[in-house]
Structure formats: C-alpha cells, structure tokens
Design a protein around this ligand. Sequence first.
Ligand SMILES: [Zn+2]
Length: 80
Amino acid sequence: MRVTLKNDFHNTQCKINIPKNGAELTPRQVRRIKTTLCGVRGCRCGNDLGIRGRQDWSVRESMKQSGEMFYTIYNLFLYD
Ligand SMILES: [Zn+2]
C-alpha cells in the first residue's frame, strides 16, 4: 500500500510503498524520508525522520537486540 508522511513546517511530503500495515521501514526508505521531509542540516523541526504535524500513519522507533534502531510504520485504524 501507498503511504504518505508529511512535514507541515517545510510543507513537504514523502510517499512510500509498504507491503502491509505494521511494516518495518527499510534503511533505504528511512534515508529517503529524512532527506525528502527535512534535508536541512541541524534543523529541529520534526522528529528523527523529519515527520511533523498531523499524520495518517504512525512511525514507532524500536531497538533490535543488536542495538540497531529500526522503524515500524502502522495505522491504528486499519486492519488487514
Ligand atoms: Zn526541518
């Protein structure tokens, strides 16, 4: 499914494709979201990914046992 993440400070949005609700973002998607939503160095407008403002989708940051961080994207109002 196609998902849109937004930043209402820079007025940017990033569309990504995920296989299902509750998918783990790939490192490539994470990089693309960061640079598309807020590519400004040192800017503190949003969170880690540059997401800011009202969203249809939530992104949760978690840590693997290895200590590596990853992001899961999900929609609470969507069941599949
Ligand atoms: Zn910014």
